[in-house]
Design a protein around this ligand. Structure first.
Ligand code: MN3
Length: 233
């Protein structure tokens, strides 16, 4: 056997062994029963400084590496500690009313931030195509939609989130307190999230201090409308 063939055969053997290990671990989990959901932090789709000047790099870094990372760790700790068995994120949130405060708050924080990072990007362009049509139809115009969404963001007293959701084909704007979200079986606002804005002070205080209105106004420059449209389906 020459060296090249040996390397090739070894690589194939390694791949086959890896595949065997995957199949084996899958059959073990099937025997052990369905695995409980666990949350993981999505990679940030852009560098910390990418959303400047709307959102400053230090806020992004602290928000992602400390606040968000803590929600992820805490919810997974609580899932283990309380032997929570819900198998999917959907099921977890659909049963939010039955969760401990720690599981509900940190589960919401884990999911909401994963969502938030993905609906932003450097250099927003205006919404177009089907998402623009759906917004125009539901709210009259893009400007009127922005006014209503801004009101929801400004009207949320204390910490929380503003949302655009698809509630069984109807677009709605609303807000949730703390880390609650529209997937949870609690609160008035329910539906599939299309767009979200974090209005906790930790999301804007370093740059904007008490001026939440300026943060919200500048945030429109970093909305990723392609991701919003994708979620409309
Ligand atoms: Mn936050």
């Amino acid at each position: 056997m020459n060296r090249r063939k040996f390397v090739k055969d070894s690589a194939q053997a390694t791949a086959a062994a890896a595949l065997g290990a995957v199949l084996l671990s899958e059959s073990f989990s099937a025997v052990a029963g369905p695995l409980a959901v666990s949350f993981s932090q999505v990679p940030l789709p852009y560098p910390f400084a990418a959303l400047e000047p709307s959102i400053d790099a230090m806020t992004m870094e602290i928000h992602y590496t400390r606040h968000h990372a803590a929600y992820i760790k805490n919810v997974n700790d609580e899932i283990a500690a309380k032997s929570i068995t819900f198998g999917t994120e959907q099921e977890f949130f659909a049963n939010a009313s039955k969760l401990s405060d720690k599981a509900r708050n940190n589960g919401g924080g884990a999911w909401n931030h994963n969502f938030f990072w993905q609906v932003m990007k450097p250099g927003s362009t205006a919404p177009s195509g089907k998402i623009a049509e759906a917004i125009n139809q539901a709210f009259g115009s893009i400007d009127k939609f922005k006014e209503q969404f801004t009101s929801a963001a400004m009207g949320r007293f204390g910490s929380g989130w503003a949302w655009l959701v698809n509630d069984q084909g109807k677009l709605k704007i609303g807000s949730t307190p703390n880390q609650d979200n529209p997937l949870m079986d609690i609160g008035d606002l329910k539906g599939t999230p299309l767009l979200a804005l974090d209005v906790w002070e930790h999301a804007y205080y370093l740059k904007y201090q008490n001026k939440r209105a300026d943060y919200v106004a500048n945030w429109w420059s970093v909305v990723n409308w392609d991701e919003v449209a994708k979620r409309l389906g």
